[in-house]
Design a protein around this ligand. Structure first.
Ligand code: A4P
Ligand code: MG
Length: 185
């Protein structure tokens, strides 16, 4: 495993310094595979963001890439992936980092759920539950989306959703995963 994919294993989602957060990446415009790899590299370079491992899960901190059928209006297939970062940033600062990274790929917001060069969603920030005009945690639609749960279950199967108390693996068992395939290089 490359060194950047390893990290110390923390015993809780929240240490005095860092909080584990789960991020979903999606793209269906342009060279989506390259976009997701570059986006991960850019996120790693942000001060206070460290690609890490999930509590008690000394496994890869990023999933493989998946090809997924689009949810929403007709549009090209997506490439999706998930990653876990350990961060010293606040939830709002993580969101700003995600929005800035989306913008760095030239994303323009048009149609809701429409095609995009890069979509970055904050799924979990530790066990934080919040709902403000700019940020809802956990992400409000993550629990019903196979294109999120399949990659997330690969790297964080036992992370418990702080609202419905089900693990990612349990949530995955309740959704239809047809249309979500590992991308074979
Ligand atoms: N926002 C609030 N909470 C969060 C959060 N937890 N994470 C706010 C990220 N953003 C959050 O997001 C709009 C605003 O949501 C942000 O400015 C932030 O303040 P957006 O990304 O501009 O809107 P959107 O993505 O067009 O809409 P939405 O509802 O977030 O779309 P989703 O849910 O992200 O779905 N099909 C496949 N197969 N794969 C996909 O990745 N993605 C979508 C987009 C649709 N269909 C897909 C996929
Ligand atoms: Mg989004």
């Amino acid at each position: 495993m490359p060194p950047e994919l390893t990290g110390e294993v923390v015993t809780t989602h929240q240490t005095s310094m860092e909080t584990a957060c789960a991020i979903a990446l999606g793209s269906n415009l342009g060279d989506s595979e390259q976009t997701i790899e570059t986006a991960l590299a850019r996120l790693e370079r942000i001060e206070g963001m460290r690609l890490g491992v999930q509590a008690d899960q000394p496994v890869r901190a990023r999933s493989q890439l998946y090809k997924t059928a689009p949810v929403g209006p007709p549009q090209p297939d997506y490439i999706n992936a998930c990653a876990i970062f350990h961060t010293t940033l606040s939830p709002e600062q993580v969101l700003q980092a995600l929005l800035a990274t989306e913008a760095s790929f030239g994303r323009l917001r048009r149609e809701r759920w429409g095609p995009r060069t890069l979509d970055l969603d904050l799924l979990f920030y530790g066990d934080r539950v919040m709902d403000t005009s700019s940020l809802t945690l956990p992400h409000p639609r993550m629990h019903e989306r196979a294109f999120v749960l399949v990659p997330l279950a690969e790297i964080a199967p036992d992370w418990r959703h702080p609202v419905n108390q089900q693990t990612v693996k349990e949530l995955l068992n309740q959704v239809n995963t047809s249309g979500v395939y590992p991308l074979v290089a």
